[in-house]
Design a protein around this ligand. Structure first.
Ligand SMILES: *Cc1c(COP(=O)(O)O)cnc(C)c1O
Length: 353
């Protein structure tokens, strides 16, 4: 760190992304990417002609993609905001709406606290219940920006749309941001509520269920006024934040909806199989609506299991946070990958007994 850095950034604790090993020899179950490639029509859209068009700036309004997404959800194009990954939207929301502070669960996506730190937003972490469920009443009348991942990460547990609506009703003067990164794997979206709640911002990503983590594409669905706020910040930072190829791939992705629904169905099926197998091995498995399982073995600690799996070239996630250090978050891969994972776990447990 140089002596030139602004004082408020010197103490900033940045986010630590999951490992991205350079050699492809690992079974990667650590960052909730899809094990499937994008739909064939999406990869086919990457033509030489499109590569040559990279000499031109992209459309800063992203009009064509906004219209496709608006059509898919039955909202207006003015209700859609596009971003370079959904993390940018979370960042902008803390910047824009965090003036009187923010509230989110103690166990959730680690980036929320980082964005709060970045923008000097004081935040309160509401402890999840003992079973990791969210108590909606903790979020009533908070007079702060409320941020909830639904399904939550890394637990995979969902809050009902009814509970989200209660939270919206009791925080009319502040924005409630619902991060739906994992909603396509079994959760229920609350975006239809944007018609009735001017304070609701729903955040989505193409990174997980749309097999496009490397493309960096996220979007928000919300009332036109909130979308306008985000646009204002975008045009004050980087109007060309989404590159031409990603916009193009995004459009092809929306048109291949059937492919992605099928792949999500496959993840849900393999998730159930993996959960059953882990329970047989004595694991506690948190019920998941996401493309990962949050699991704890009574026989081996979270860090020890992470290390033993890594030796076998399988990557899962382990967190240092006290309350969840006995757990691992395991992304659902293909049926073959999960078979290899379960066999490795069996071997590891046999070795320690
Ligand atoms: C993965 C993830 C995101 C963001 O992903 P992007 O790749 O930036 O779109 C946002 N929220 C949660 C809870 C996530 O797990």
């Amino acid at each position: 760190m140089s002596r030139y850095l602004k004082r408020e950034y010197q103490a900033l604790e940045a986010y630590t992304p999951g490992e991205q090993p350079r050699d492809a020899a690992y079974i990667k179950l650590n960052t909730n990417e899809s094990p499937f490639p994008p739909a064939p029509a999406v990869t086919a859209a990457l033509t030489r002609r499109e590569a040559e068009l990279l000499r031109l700036y992209p459309d800063p309004t992203g009009r064509a993609l906004k219209e496709k997404l608006a059509g898919l959800y039955g909202v207006g194009a003015e209700n859609i905001y596009l971003s370079n990954g959904s993390d940018d939207i979370l960042n902008f929301a803390f910047m824009a709406y965090g003036r009187s502070g923010a509230v989110f669960p103690d166990i959730t996506y680690g980036f929320y606290a980082v964005f709060a730190g970045l923008h000097g937003v004081p935040y309160e972490e509401k402890p999840l219940n003992g079973d990791f469920t969210i108590n909606p009443e903790d979020y009533f009348n908070q007079n702060k920006l409320i941020v909830i991942a639904n399904p939550n990460a890394p637990t995979g547990l969902s809050l009902s749309v009814g509970a989200v609506e209660e939270i919206l009703r009791r925080n009319r003067d502040h924005v409630v941001m619902i991060d739906e990164a994992y909603v396509d794997f079994g959760g229920e979206s609350c975006y239809p509520l944007i018609r009735r709640y001017e304070n609701l911002l729903v955040v989505r990503t193409f990174s997980k269920s749309r097999c496009l983590a490397g493309g960096r594409l996220g979007y928000a669905i919300g009332p036109a006024e909130l979308i306008g706020d985000l646009e204002k910040i975008k045009y004050a930072t980087n109007p060309y934040d989404i590159n031409r190829l990603t916009l193009l791939l995004g459009e092809a992705t929306v048109e291949a909806e059937d492919y992605y629904r099928e792949k999500c169905g496959e993840i849900i099926r393999v998730r159930a199989q993996t959960a059953a197998r882990l329970k047989e091995l004595g694991f506690e498995v948190v019920p998941s609506d996401a493309n990962f399982l949050f699991v704890k073995s009574g026989r081996i600690g979270g860090e020890a299991l992470y290390r033993a799996l890594k030796k076998r070239r399988i990557l899962v996630r382990h967190f240092e946070k006290e309350r969840i250090r006995d757990y691992n978050r395991v992304t659902i891969g293909t049926a073959e990958q999960m078979e290899a994972f379960c066999r490795a776990v069996e071997e590891i447990l046999e070795e320690i007994t």
